[in-house]
Structures are given as C-alpha cells and as structure tokens.
Ligand binder design. Structure first.
Ligand SMILES: NC(=O)c1ccc[n+]([C@@H]2O[C@H](COP(=O)([O-])OP(=O)(O)OC[C@H]3O[C@@H](n4cnc5c(N)ncnc54)[C@H](OP(=O)(O)O)[C@@H]3O)[C@@H](O)[C@H]2O)c1
Length: 280
C-alpha cells in the first residue's frame, strides 16, 4: 500500500504532554504535520509544541482536561480555526489505578479512570467526527493489551479500555462508508511516565517506583509511536504489541490456561517491582 505522509495533515493528539503522545507529536512534526496538542500540563505541552515547531511541523498547545466535554469541544474548534481541517484524531490520554476492586474505598477513582480513558476519548471523537468525515480522515485510539485481555488489580483500567475498544469497533463499522478509518493501538509495556502516575487505592501516584517494571527490552515511547503511525498510515484496524497475539489465541482456545498464565505473569511483575532496581 502506498504510504501516506502526514505532511500538512491536521492532527489532534490528546495526552501529548509526555510519553507516547509526545513521541507521536515529534514523529508527526518530522513529517511536517500540523498539530493540535492537548493535555492538562500547559508548560509540558508548550515545550512539546516548541520541539515540534523546531522539527518543521506546525504545532499549537491547547491545554485541555479531556474529562470536560466543553473543553474537548473547544479543543476541536481551536484546532479547526487554526488549520481549517482535521485529518486525524489520536485519543491517547490515559491513566490507571492499581488496586484490588474489593479494596476501593468508593467508586470515585474507578469513575476517574473511566472519565479520562473512555469518556475523554468519547468527547473528542464526538466533536471531531464531522470534520474527520469531511476529510475522510483517521481516528486512532490508544488502548492497551489490557483492552483485549483482562489483568488483575486493574479493573477500572481494563473496563475503560474494553469500553474504548467496543466503541472503536462499532464506529469502524459505521464509518466505513464515510472513508474514516478507526485504528485501535494495544501496547504492552512502554517506558513512559505512565507507571509513575499509577494511582493506588488512596489516589496516590506510585512515583519513580512505578518504573521498576521496565527492563532494557521494554519498548520505548518512540518505538511505540513509530508502530502507531504506521498502523494509522495503513488504516489498520488494530495493532497488538508484545505477547498480544499469542495471548489472544490462548484466551480464545484455552481460557482457563490463559487466566493462569496472565495471573502468574502479573504476579511475577509485581514481585519484580517490589525489589529494588535502578530506574531507567
Ligand atoms: N506506558 C505503557 O506501558 C502503556 C501500555 C499500554 C497502553 N498505554 C496507554 O498509552 C496512553 C499514553 O500513556 P503513556 O504511556 O504515554 O503515559 P504518560 O506519559 O503518563 O502519558 C499520559 C498522558 O495522558 C495525559 N492525561 C492524563 N489525564 C488527562 C486528562 N484528564 N486530560 C487530558 N490529558 C490527560 C497526560 O497529560 P497531563 O497529565 O499533562 O494531563 C499525559 O500526557 C494511555 O492511554 C495508556 O493507557 C500505555
């Protein structure tokens, strides 16, 4: 398939102030894309926008809390006013709480994760969609392997990403005639700030200890961004990273065994995280 470059294509990325979103922005800037960058931390966002401009892209930082529907509408309107079109929306903002469901004090944190990971994407999609239909553009949703296979102690994250996957699959069917592709990205672990921002059941971020699960082989944000952009370019429906493909086959054909493997893998990573290790 001929490869599309994103030169002069207007792209909104949420969660662009760090990690995968930042890496996507930098790669798109290298191709001369026009970027609308969204997240809450205005200073970090402005630094990313500045780096994008230095690399040859156009970029504006649009501080946005995606849990606020009105702010998402304003995000889309701002990008549209700046560039006159929207060719791609990347719903990438996300966070997680790691806690046993029965240990939650109440459902506030559960709702918070749903609000960012699912409703945040829903808000942006709703307001960007008419413009994506005009441009026969691309919708890209950053899910997770946890959006295909449940893992323990991440019930709100898993629920939010399964919901995002369901929304994506339904929209893909609805939008096929309009020429809008819907791509779901399911990364395994990626070295970002994500695991530092992991909240515990009291809503406290894990901090640098969250990075202990990374090894030298853990995917970098730039590697993840490269795979994501290739998938978007080719209008692929879904990308599974890490052990995703075999794990999904295992779950389809031997779900009991899959449960045991997932549990053992998860517990192994928890044990590794609780041992001291230099941060990466
Ligand atoms: N890293 C991994 O191992 C991994 C694996 C699978 C899937 N993912 C997914 O990848 C996506 C990106 O995460 P990452 O790994 O790059 O982690 P990250 O560095 O922590 O980035 C998360 C981004 O989400 C933004 N965000 C959080 N809450 C927000 C809100 N209410 N409104 C707007 N933006 C918000 C953060 O910006 P502000 O704090 O400035 O708002 C930040 O830019 C997430 O959807 C995550 O679920 C990550």
């Amino acid at each position: 398939m001929a490869s599309t470059r994103f030169t002069q294509q207007a792209v909104i990325i949420t969660g662009a102030s760090s990690g995968i979103g930042e890496a996507l922005a930098l790669r798109l800037a290298d191709e001369g894309a026009w970027l609308g960058l969204a997240a809450r931390r205005a200073d970090r966002l402005e630094a990313v926008a500045d780096a994008c401009r230095q690399r040859g892209g156009r970029a504006i930082a649009i501080p946005t809390d995606v849990t606020d529907e009105g702010a998402c509408r304003a995000l889309v309107e701002h990008a549209l006013a700046e560039y006159g079109r929207i060719d791609m929306l990347v719903n990438n903002a996300g966070l997680s709480v790691v806690a046993k469901f029965s240990d939650f004090h109440d459902l506030g944190l559960f709702r918070r994760v749903m609000d960012v990971n699912f409703y945040g994407a829903l808000h942006c999609t709703y307001y960007a969609l008419p413009h994506l239909m005009k441009s026969r553009g691309r919708l890209v949703n950053t899910s997770s392997l946890g959006g295909k296979l449940a893992i323990p102690y991440n019930s709100c994250y898993v629920a939010s990403k399964f919901a995002l996957g369901g929304l994506s699959d339904s929209l893909r069917l609805e939008l096929a005639d309009a020429g809008v592709s819907v791509t779901v990205i399911c990364p395994y672990w990626v070295v970002t700030e994500f695991h530092e921002h992991y909240l515990d059941r009291d809503g406290r971020p894990k901090g640098p200890a969250g990075r202990k699960l990374y090894t030298k082989r853990t995917m970098t944000a730039d590697q993840c961004a490269r795979i994501t952009l290739e998938a978007a370019r080719r209008r692929r429906r879904q990308v599974l990273m890490g052990p995703g493909q075999p794990a999904i086959w295992l779950q389809a054909f031997a779900p009991g065994l899959a449960d045991r493997v997932i549990e053992a893998t998860f517990m192994r990573s928890l044990r590794r995280r609780s041992q001291p290790r230099p941060s990466v």
